[in-house]
Each structure stands twice: as C-alpha cells, then as structure tokens.
Design a protein around this ligand. Structure first.
Ligand SMILES: NC(=O)c1ccc[n+]([C@@H]2O[C@H](COP(=O)([O-])OP(=O)(O)OC[C@H]3O[C@@H](n4cnc5c(N)ncnc54)[C@H](OP(=O)(O)O)[C@@H]3O)[C@@H](O)[C@H]2O)c1
Length: 347
C-alpha cells in the first residue's frame, strides 16, 4: 500500500494575469488516515474549470494552500456511513492524489460528495455534462434563453464544456444555432459533430463580419461565455427583445472583476447571469436538476447530445493543462486523470 500523497499547492510567486507553472508547487505528505465519519479517497479525474482562476480568492491563496478542484474519486478506506471501499464518488479532492471526505472536512454545501453509479453514467460525466456544467448549460439556455423554433441562438466557447451542451440544448428545441470558437478544427467539430448550423472563428480578422453574415436575421438569444471582443461582435446583432445569459467572461479572467460593458445599449434585451453555485443552493436544484438529468442523461447515452472531453494524464501536467485551458488549448471539457478509471478496465 502506498503511503505518500502528492498534491499541488499555491506557491508564493505573485500571480500575474494568467497562471504560470511556478504559481504552483508540487508537495509530498503522508496519506491521511480517515477519522470516524470520514473516508479516504483516491482521485481518478480532476476537473479543470475557468472559475478556478476567475475567483480572486482562489488564485490569490497564501503559500501552501492546496489547489481546489472538483474530482471523481474512489473510496479506499471508509469510516463514513454509507460509503465502502471501491465506491466511486464525485467530491472535491483538489489537485491531490488522495484526500479525505466526510465529517469535519469543510466544503461548500454545493460540493457535498455524491456516490456514482457507473452502470448509469460515465463517471467522468459527474463533473461535467451530468454535473455542474450540465446544470449551468440547462439553466442558462433552457430556462433563461428559452430557445424556440426559428430563433437564432449564438453560443460562444462553443466547443468547450458548457458551450457544447448549451448549443445542443438549443438545437434540440428547433433553434438555428451559431457557434463561436477558435481553431478551425474546433469550428468543424461544432458544425459537423455537434450539429450547429454555423460556426465562426473569433481568431479570424473578419470575425465580426463573419458573425453578422451567419446571423442574417439578427440574434434572438446569446449564451455568453467569453466577453471582450466576442461580446462586442454579438452586441450589435442582438434583437431589441433578445435574451442573453451571462454564463462567463473568460477573456477577462486575468483582470479585476467588472460589469458587462455596453449591455445597457440594448434597452429591452434581457441580460441575466447564471451562477451554478447559487443554483445548487436554491430552488433550482429541486425543480430543475432532475429535469436536466432527465433530458441530458438519456440524450448523452443515445448520442443525441455529443459531449467531448479532453483528458490529460498525470499529476505533473495539472498546472500546464490549467494554463492551456484558459487560453483555448483544450478541445472539449478539460480533465486530468491521476489514476486508473476502474470502470474502463478491459475496455
Ligand atoms: N456561471 C456559472 O456558474 C458557470 C459554470 C461553469 C462555467 N462557467 C463559465 O463558462 C465558460 C466556459 O467554461 P468551460 O468550463 O466550459 O470552459 P471551456 O469552454 O471548456 O474552455 C474555455 C474556452 O474558452 C475559450 N476562450 C478562452 N479565452 C478566450 C478568448 N480570449 N476569446 C475567446 N474565447 C476564449 C477557448 O475556446 P476557443 O479555443 O474556442 O476560443 C477555451 O477553450 C467560462 O467563462 C466559465 O467561467 C460559468
């Protein structure tokens, strides 16, 4: 049995706009022993998400604070009622090979561990399409943007974790969906595999004109993931009664937080934020989490909704994969695998 636990902490190097590998420090310690009410888990997948850099309190941690992340893990040893060795869970081990969960392990309420059923779902989906990404996309697109047949719906970061789900939810409701993505292979994937009607690249010098040409009747709903120049290109195309969900503004995550510049110009447009942590803490969970699972669970299983993951390997890659994801280096939902996924054994 292994005794050494390796994990990443924040270093004391001052943070710049975007993460550098030396903002993180690889540490070693003894694998912790579970107390009464706790279980020891070994991390299988670490979810890398833009919010881990967007939240100042996460990126400006004091030296030695373990790096936070949602994870999928397997129970190794348990003194926690209801959890036995071998059980698979969705929890918050952070960038660590081993971590405790249960009593006395403080976590926000929306990050309580959940036991996974590998017969019912691909376990990595618990931190993606059937977890917080699915709920974010469902709430932001279905409930707030309310796409209808014939609507033109635009989704930015369209090939990413949230964007790919949000766009397909609009497509399933009969909307004409236009994606915005970076590299040509991402744009092709968005159209050919995800079934969007068009996809334009924000890397093109003619991006704003390309987007206008792809939305000849204007934009009825916009699912905003990016901000900056992408938002500025969408804004003049919004119809006067357009709906807009501000899910994220990744192009600004290196800056101080601010408002959505220019939104007030379209006075009758509805711009509304979505914050998945609020959803988890509110009535949305009871009323809409089940609806999200009821739609996306079968749709992903049947292939009616495609969900692409970008899974990197090994604890050492975490800071590099994280920095890459924030700059568009990921192609699909970014995860880092730290140990064998037992559900794929023999696959
Ligand atoms: N509101 C909530 O509760 C909530 C929950 C989850 C996620 N989010 C937000 O949703 C957004 C997407 O998150 P995700 O986890 O699905 O990540 P993701 O889309 O899988 O990865 C981020 C993508 O953003 C794009 N991007 C990065 N910088 C950009 C720039 N300057 N201009 C244009 N595009 C840029 C890149 O795609 P391209 O290569 O195609 O440009 C990159 O691959 C983020 O803003 C995130 O903060 C919000």
């Amino acid at each position: 049995m292994e005794t050494i636990n390796r994990y990443w902490t924040y270093s004391d190097k001052p943070v710049g706009a975007w993460p550098e590998p030396d903002n993180f420090e690889l540490c070693e310690g003894t694998i912790p022993a579970p107390a009464n009410g706790q279980a020891l888990t070994r991390t299988i997948y670490v979810s890398l998400d833009p919010y881990q850099w967007a939240y100042k309190e996460l990126r400006e941690q004091s030296r030695g604070t373990p790096c936070h992340a949602r994870t999928v893990a397997q129970v190794i040893e348990s003194r926690m009622p209801g959890y036995a060795p071998g059980d698979l869970v969705s929890n918050t081990n952070g960038w660590a090979e081993y971590e405790l969960m249960g009593e006395g392990v403080t976590r926000p309420a929306y990050m309580i561990p959940r036991k996974l059923d590998p017969a019912a779902e691909k376990i990595s989906h618990a931190v993606g399409v059937l977890g917080m990404l699915g709920l974010t996309a469902y709430a932001g697109m279905v409930l707030q943007c309310n796409p209808k047949p014939g609507d033109t719906v635009v989704v930015s970061a369209a090939s990413g974790g949230v964007g790919q789900i949000a766009g397909q939810l609009a497509r399933l409701r009969g909307a004409r969906v236009v994606g915005i993505a970076g590299r040509p292979e991402k744009c092709r994937f968005v159209m050919e595999t995800l079934g969007f009607d068009a996809c334009v690249s924000h890397l093109s010098p003619s991006f704003a004109e390309d987007l206008k040409a792809a939305c000849p009747r204007g934009v009825d709903a916009y699912f905003e993931n990016v901000g900056g120049e992408v938002f500025e290109a969408v804004l003049p195309l919004l119809k006067s009664d357009a709906r807009m969900t501000v899910c994220g503004r990744i192009s600004h995550y290196g800056e101080a937080p601010g408002g959505v510049a220019g939104a007030e110009q379209n006075r009758r447009a509805m711009a509304r934020g979505v914050t998945v942590t609020d959803l988890w803490a509110s009535h949305y969970v009871e009323s809409h989490h089940d609806a999200m699972l009821a739609e996306l669970g079968p749709a992903v299983a049947s292939g009616a909704v495609v969900y692409r993951e970008d899974i990197r390997q090994g604890l050492e890659t975490l800071p590099f994969a994280f920095a890459e994801m924030l700059k568009g280096g990921n192609f699909g939902k970014m995860l880092v695998q730290l140990s064998e996924d037992p559900t794929l054994r023999g696959a």
